[in-house]
Write a protein that binds this ligand. Structure first.
Ligand code: ADP
Length: 344
């Protein structure tokens, strides 16, 4: 059942910037949906409209059927965690978490019970008396999450919450947040421009571009079956080759493939892990660089017009710069007019 329903929501900023363009999305109870897209694609604006920090120019947002489109943040059943956590540095951790509950007029013992429970949930039991400034960046972000969760929102909104943390901590925190989210079964919208984060955390990913949805699907589907060249190029590493199809044969700079689609332009997408190489004196590509990652190798190659491709190989020592190779893709997709028209 859908809890959050966003229907034809748009946001135009002064100067005619269309940040969000007739965007619609249903989020099911307990689901974690990631809004993923490049900088400027409208993710934050959309999230802020759900949280009540930005007014939609048009459209409707409902939570459990109630129209909240024009309610202020404090009257919505949403909790937002911002990129910079904005904790109150003059209060200790306990007071930061108790503040919202006090405003709601809860009795002291109930406040203590709720704060202690949420501190345990985020792995900070016993940290109540600590000053916020005495915490590490990761701990501060856990407190920010706890401060939202303690108010028991129906919907949790996370705006790049790990952006300021280092890679290692980011990976740990995203696992923790996913665990907590699944334990609480809390419906969550999560904004990120990091595809790894989205692939690791989301039940579904919305790939956004220019304020619109490019694709909504489960992470594995977005990765394996991108519907547009934009999604293909944005999620994971992808070789995109623009060429022409004539008589069922796609060609570009000496590279050719049989693709049974009508004549015309096409973009072919091939993942590095399914682009096999064989050394050949009259090969269509030249090895530019070989990188050995221990578990596998990555070969950068150039077609005759300089188009750079990547191939993942099991034995990088078989290849070296300057060598000519032939390409055997094991799986391809072809796109035309921003839609997928063929896959093998
Ligand atoms: P993202 O979160 O995907 O990086 P944003 O939602 O922040 O994208 O921005 C979408 C577009 O709206 C961008 O072109 C941005 O410059 C513009 N924008 C965002 N906030 C404002 C604002 N307060 N005033 C004017 N333009 C804005």
């Amino acid at each position: 059942m859908s809890v959050l329903k966003i229907t034809d929501v748009s946001k135009n900023f002064a100067g005619n910037t269309v940040a969000v363009d007739k965007f619609s999305l249903d989020v099911a109870d307990g689901e974690l949906v990631c809004l993923l897209g490049p900088s400027g694609s409208g993710k934050s604006t959309l999230l802020r409209m759900v949280g009540g920090f930005e007014r939609p120019t048009a459209g409707q947002i409902t939570i459990d059927g109630d129209d909240i489109t024009h309610l202020p943040p404090e009257r919505r059943p949403t909790g937002m965690v911002f990129q910079s956590h904005a904790l109150w540095t003059h209060m200790n951790v306990f007071k930061n978490l108790a503040f919202g509950l006090k405003l709601r007029g809860l009795p002291k013992d109930e406040i203590k019970q709720k704060v202690d429970a949420v501190l345990e949930l985020v792995g900070l039991s016993g940290y109540g008396t600590r000053g916020v400034n005495q915490l590490s960046g990761g701990q501060q972000q856990r407190v920010a999450l706890a401060r939202s969760l303690v108010l028991e929102p129906k919907i949790l909104l996370l705006d790049e919450p790990f952006a300021s943390l280092d890679q290692h901590l980011r990976e740990r925190l995203r696992e923790e947040v996913r665990d907590i989210q699944q334990r609480l079964k809390i419906t969550t919208l999560f904004v990120t421009h990091g595809q790894d984060e989205a692939l690791a955390m989301a039940d579904r990913i919305v790939v956004m571009r220019d304020g619109r949805t490019e694709q909504i699907d489960r992470p594995d589907v977005v990765y394996r079956e991108p519907q547009t060249p934009f999604v293909a190029g944005f999620i994971g590493t992808m070789n995109l080759i623009e060429g022409q199809v004539a008589n069922g044969r796609f060609t570009h700079a000496g590279f050719g493939l049989d693709i049974p689609i009508p004549d015309g332009p096409a973009t072919v997408a091939i993942r590095p892990e399914v682009l096999d190489l064989t050394a050949s004196d009259d090969g269509v590509a030249v090895v530019h660089r070989v990188t050995d990652y221990g578990t596998h190798g990555l070969v950068d190659l150039d077609l005759s017009d300089g188009t750079r491709l990547k191939s993942m190989v099991a034995h990088p020592d078989l290849f070296s710069a300057g060598q000519k190779v032939d390409l055997q893709p094991k799986a391809i997709a072809a796109y035309r007019n921003n839609a997928r028209v063929y896959r093998s």
